[in-house]
Write a protein that binds this ligand. Structure first.
Ligand code: 4NP
Length: 151
């Protein structure tokens, strides 16, 4: 079983979308996808209503998800850890202890545009268009990831 973790700050806007989108593109009996936040502020909460809505619009239900914080144990539980932005990257790498841990962590948009350092912008304080933009970016990145892992 390949295990992939999507990480953002609150685990209510971007990473729940990334989780839902990737799950929709892979064989879920062969690939396990989860998400987490570097902050525990929204622990136990449903995804943001705007993320639920944009996912729904594209035929994806993410209402089974609940926010949970990223933990050090995730390094051993997952094969790949995709972060949305540089701040997430710094926060996750700060908790890593081995070079193997570090090698699992990648900016998700680097799958599409290697080494460009492109970030998935935090849509929390913006309008609905920001969520559609995030959806489109993650859809392209997850398509690439699904082809890469072959399931
Ligand atoms: P996310 O968005 O990291 O994509 O889930 C955010 C959600 C909540 C907050 C910031 C970003 N917040 O400040 O509460």
């Amino acid at each position: 079983m390949k295990k992939i973790l999507m990480v953002c700050l609150g685990n209510i806007c971007r990473s729940p979308l990334a989780e839902g989108i990737l799950k929709s593109k892979v064989n879920n009996t062969k690939v396990y996808v989860d998400s987490a936040g570097t902050s525990a502020t929204h622990q136990g909460e449903l995804p943001d209503p705007r993320s639920i809505e944009v996912a729904q619009k594209h035929g994806i239900d993410i209402t089974d998800q609940r926010s949970r914080p990223f933990s050090k144990e995730d390094f051993s539980k997952f094969d790949l850890i995709y972060v949305m932005d540089q701040s997430n990257l710094n926060n996750v790498l700060h908790l890593s202890s081995t070079t193997e841990d570090k090698s699992k962590v990648k900016l998700i948009m680097d799958e599409l545009l290697p080494n460009e350092g492109q970030e998935v912008p935090d849509p929390y304080y913006g309008g609905e268009q920001g969520f559609e933009n995030v959806y489109q970016m993650l859809d392209k990145a997850c398509e690439k990831i699904s082809l890469k892992i072959g399931d």
